[in-house]
Design a binder for this molecule. Structure first.
Ligand SMILES: [Zn+2]
Ligand SMILES: [Zn+2]
Ligand SMILES: [Zn+2]
Length: 304
């Protein structure tokens, strides 16, 4: 009784002080640095998942992928059609097996078990869909505005968070980018996936108006996170960020806005994820030895 009261009070305290950026929408709070008031943060609507925005033809919240009929606690490659069709992405602990995305241009597309699969919630092929698990904190950095740091150590290959926001169409992405003033942040990530000479799938995610903690992540030329498009219930990918190395508590979390990209080889999926600062180059303060000095400039949205 006393314990539950304590928990309830704790929740109230967190909510009334505005310390949980997600206002209880994530399964763990997204902490805001103690000295920062919630009203000091940019105005946006927190939402943990992608939402359908203008020009997006598929509602990302709809189930559009088929499921397996496994009745086991956790799916195994020998009998599961999800794992047979798409390959096994995670080990039994939910750690991403293919870490090439952390330093190379390619990564294997990931399909998780979904709402139509008959396996249990604890299936090892359900990782990103479980949502935020780690204690992350949004804080004011010295030179880069807001940033995100972890309050606990993160082992390499662990799912950290999504880059979630409005999924918008190409025309809308272009319109929004052109409408931005030089001092405004561009939050739009364009993800292009193609296998060999196959068709290109493009996804545009903009967390400026509706988004999750991912919108506060800074760019680094030597990042500790990397992005992998992960499909769960829908053909619309979720932009999942995984730890590219072991990360210590209090380290800032960053990813490369320009993503990994080089010439695709046949049958291999090439993924380019880029978030760019539209028309004006902004200095990069990541401090890495290989720092390019500026944030990535990619006018590919505008050049179509
Ligand atoms: Zn499963
Ligand atoms: Zn299965
Ligand atoms: Zn399945």
């Amino acid at each position: 009784m006393q314990l539950s009261l304590k928990v309830a009070m704790c929740h109230e305290l967190v909510n009334s002080c505005g310390l949980d950026l997600s206002s209880g929408l994530e399964s763990v709070p997204v902490w805001i640095e103690g000295k920062v008031g919630k009203d000091e943060l940019p105005k946006f609507q927190y939402f943990p998942d992608n939402v359908k925005g203008p020009g997006c033809t598929v509602d990302p919240s709809e189930v559009t992928l088929p499921g397996c009929s496994c009745l086991s606690h956790s799916c195994v490659a020998g009998s599961c059609c999800c794992l047979q069709t798409y390959g096994q992405a995670y080990d039994s602990a939910g750690t991403l097996l293919d870490l090439r995305g952390s330093h190379a241009a390619y990564c294997t597309p990931v399909f998780e078990c979904n709402a139509l699969c008959s396996c249990g919630d604890a299936c090892s092929n359900r990782v990103v869909q479980r949502g935020l698990r780690l204690r992350l904190e949004v804080y004011g950095t010295k030179e880069k505005g807001w940033g995100v740091r972890t309050l606990e150590p993160i082992p390499c290959g662990t799912f950290v968070c999504e880059y979630a926001g409005e999924v918008i169409g190409f025309d809308e992405a272009k319109r929004r980018q052109l409408a931005q003033g030089p001092e405004e942040n561009n939050y739009i990530i364009a993800v292009r996936e193609h296998a060999g000479q196959g068709p290109i799938t493009e996804t545009f995610v903009d967390p400026a108006i509706v988004g999750n903690v991912g919108r506060f992540l800074n760019h680094s030329c030597l990042p500790n996170l990397f992005m992998v498009p992960v499909r769960v219930h829908s053909t619309v990918p979720r932009l999942a960020l995984f730890a590219g190395r072991d990360i210590e508590a209090q380290e800032e979390l960053t990813f490369d806005y320009a993503g990994g990209y080089s010439n695709p080889t046949p049958l291999e999926l090439s993924i380019q994820a880029s978030r760019t600062d539209a028309l004006q180059r902004k200095p990069c303060h990541c401090g890495a030895q290989n720092c390019a000095q500026f944030l990535p400039l990619d006018v590919s949205i505008l050049n179509f």
